[in-house]
Design a protein. Structure first.
Length: 354
């Protein structure tokens, strides 16, 4: 039996593509193990699907001054030592890395033992963790041709693996679950696994106006819901959803989202017209801005820069996207529908067989 170690963590976007690959890898007969942080979001998500999980020490790599910059390198070194021990114990034929700071010691440990590594880079330009890891990669999967051009023959545009269950949602189940009573177009607001404070607050400022014409499903992030809005007719708020997300996507006419690469690839795969509000450069390295611009240029999305976000602008954009919904769906239907899961698992199997 071939063995694979998967790694990725820090946000749901660094875990869910791994989860999407797991059923196919099981079908191919792989023995799967997962390496992540001690207590990151990935731990519960992976343990819930019955995959052996190993936690290691992980330090964050920052571009800005922080006192933890002086201690985190030692955490990374500890993680590297732990990853090397795990490579010796698990003896994988191949490693698949989705990104996040925890993957750096795992990739370095695999490369040190001459274990082939496949890395998936979701964004147009690599993040700091993947910049360190990518030189050790045997093959690189990416979402954008612009990224492929950076790595010549080692890179392939595969797209992002999408969990199969997202395509089999039940709109009626979501309608019931959200306790909606009136059939209206539905807006899904989803800021990522950690939520998006500025999006939440902007939605709340126009909530009464939105509810005149729409039902609103609002995934706010952990600890970010407003108890006083519980039970408000036409409005359903959640900290985080898991199995219900597929049903909510099925019910949603449009989505309001950050522009993380995995999130927007899911919106494209599900053919959901959307409004993207990318993280500003003040809060990120600007990767979401590039992702959003690419989707806007392709005709898949309306984009509102975070610095320009107002309730009035968001309300007008919602009305516009709802009115032009069919146009956006037709454009998305013309996108390349590559089978990401098959492309990536074939690549993994080719390397593992060597």
């Amino acid at each position: 039996m071939k063995k694979i170690v998967m790694t990725g963590g820090g946000t749901a976007g660094h875990v869910t593509p791994n989860i999407a690959l797991i059923p196919k890898l099981k079908e191919m007969g792989y023995d799967i193990s997962y390496i992540g942080t001690y207590d990151g979001i990935e731990k519960k998500l992976i343990e819930d699907i019955g995959i052996p999980y190993y936690g290691i020490s992980s330090g964050k790599l920052r571009r800005y001054f922080d006192l933890e910059n002086f201690t985190d390198p030692f955490k990374v070194l500890k993680g590297l030592f732990q990853a090397k021990k795990l490579m010796k114990k698990l003896k994988p034929d191949v490693v698949f890395s989705k990104g996040g700071f925890v993957t750096v010691p795992v990739v370095l440990a695999a490369a040190a033992r001459k274990i082939p590594v496949v890395i998936h880079e979701s964004d147009m330009t690599p993040g700091l963790a993947n910049k360190i890891a990518l030189p050790r990669a045997s093959r690189i999967c990416c979402n954008f041709p612009e990224t492929q051009a950076l790595f010549s023959d080692r890179a392939t545009v595969t797209g992002t693996p999408i969990r199969a269950e997202l395509f089999s949602g039940d709109a009626d189940a979501a309608f019931t679950y959200c306790k909606f009573t009136e059939k209206k177009p539905t807006i899904l607001v989803i800021g990522g696994s950690t939520g998006a404070k500025i999006i939440n607050e902007t939605v709340w400022t126009i909530l009464d106006d939105l509810l005149k014409s729409y039902n609103v499903i609002h995934i706010c992030g952990k600890g970010n819901t407003k108890p006083e809005l519980d039970g408000k007719s036409g409005y359903a708020q959640f900290e985080y959803v898991k199995k219900e997300l597929a049903d909510m996507f099925a019910l949603a006419d449009i989505a309001i989202s950050r522009a993380g690469a995995n999130a927007i690839c899911e919106l494209l795969a599900l053919k959901k017209p959307n409004i993207l509000i990318p993280l500003s450069k003040a809060a990120s390295r600007g990767d979401q801005i590039l992702n959003a611009k690419s989707f806007k240029k392709s005709g898949y999305s309306v984009v509102i820069e975070e610095e320009e976000l107002t309730g009035e602008k968001l309300l007008k954009s919602v009305d516009k996207v709802i009115a032009d919904k069919d146009k956006y769906i037709n454009t998305m239907n013309g996108s390349d529908g590559s089978d990401s899961i098959k492309m990536i698992t074939d690549m993994i199997d080719e390397l593992a067989s060597k």
